[in-house]
Design a protein around this ligand. Structure first.
Ligand code: FES
Length: 310
């Protein structure tokens, strides 16, 4: 990892902050990057991966969603303040401003807009279409910049605010994309998985390209999982092809939810026993590795038994 300093910061939305990261004084310059590549930041003990939006003054420009929910746990972002010393990996990824992929359509969720913005700002594309999902009118970072690029590049931007419209109908959205198109998709892993399933279900071939920072998933998961809920004393069997959040609520364990896309953090619950395939953009990499919490609207159990503190 390279040693770096937070050089400047500005709020983009109530939950998203833009940062400029430069090499620490006396340290070697940060490795060269192409906008759209991703880097992993270590802030104290916490680690998370972000897209390089642009290069500036031999440093990186990043946008980070700080979704600290006021609970007892610290989050990555409170340690990210101007002057903070952090560690940053070398950039990686091919979903970039120099991408040769013949994109015609983009699907972005939350700060998944970052790599899409980097690709569009590269100025190589025309006549593209973007469906941009986030929660709350005041969110949607970089929407103004994206709309400006749309004007210049004959692009079209459709926003889906899950606060008012609910969960996106990915089958319908993918079905509207002409067969033969190349779709760039960036967002929480759960959203990417849903889009991938929708592409498989929809007739006509479409190529799907992800930014690599959000893909993942576990191939061998049990078809169902036994879920024991400690506080409510309820135990039930949940089919894995449906959101665990729905199974919890159906079985009398009330878990609040909002975006149902792994973006807002509302449904977060504590895991006492079990390994999780995390598909959200809320938890840090460290939190995902620890698996002490999960977002049951999108994330799944890797094992056949889960014990939850709900
Ligand atoms: S409901 Fe928003 S993260 Fe689960």
């Amino acid at each position: 990892m390279n040693t770096a300093t937070v050089h400047a910061a500005r709020a983009l939305t109530p939950t998203v902050t833009q940062y400029w990261i430069t090499a620490s004084p006396g340290s070697p310059p940060l490795p060269a990057a192409v906008p759209g590549q991703h880097v992993t930041l270590r802030v104290g003990p916490r680690v998370k991966t972000f897209t390089v939006l642009a290069l500036q003054d031999e440093g990186y420009e990043l946008a980070v969603r700080n979704r600290h929910r006021g609970d007892r746990r610290d989050h990555l972002s409170p340690g990210l303040h101007v002057g903070a010393a952090i560690a940053v990996t070398a950039p990686d990824g091919r979903f970039t401003a120099e991408s040769e992929a013949p994109f015609t359509h983009f699907l972005a969720g939350g700060v998944g807009i970052n790599p899409v913005l980097a690709v569009l700002a590269g100025g190589r594309l025309r006549d593209w279409r973007l469906v941009y999902v986030d929660r709350g009118e005041a969110e949607f970072p970089f929407l103004e910049e994206i709309r400006q690029l749309a004007k210049e590049q004959d692009g079209t931007v459709v926003t889906v605010d899950t606060a008012t419209l609910g969960r996106p109908d990915w089958d319908a959205i993918v079905g509207d994309i002409p067969a033969g198109s190349t779709i760039g998709v960036c967002g929480p892993t759960g959203m990417v998985a849903e889009v991938r399933s929708a592409v498989h279900r929809t007739s006509g071939a479409r190529q799907l390209i992800t930014d690599g920072a959000t893909t993942g998933g576990v191939a061998d998961m049990p078809a169902s999982v036994e879920v024991e809920c400690l506080r409510t004393g309820i135990t039930f069997e949940a089919a894995q092809h449906q959101p665990l959040l729905d199974a919890l609520n159906r079985n009398g364990v009330a878990v609040p939810s909002s975006c149902r896309q792994g973006i807002c953090g509302t449904c977060e619950i504590e895991v006492r026993t079990g390994q999780i395939d995390h598909r959200d953009e809320v938890l840090t990499d460290q939190e995902k590795a620890e698996s002490s919490y999960m977002l049951p609207c999108v994330s799944k159990s890797i094992g056949a038994r889960l014990v939850l503190n709900v």
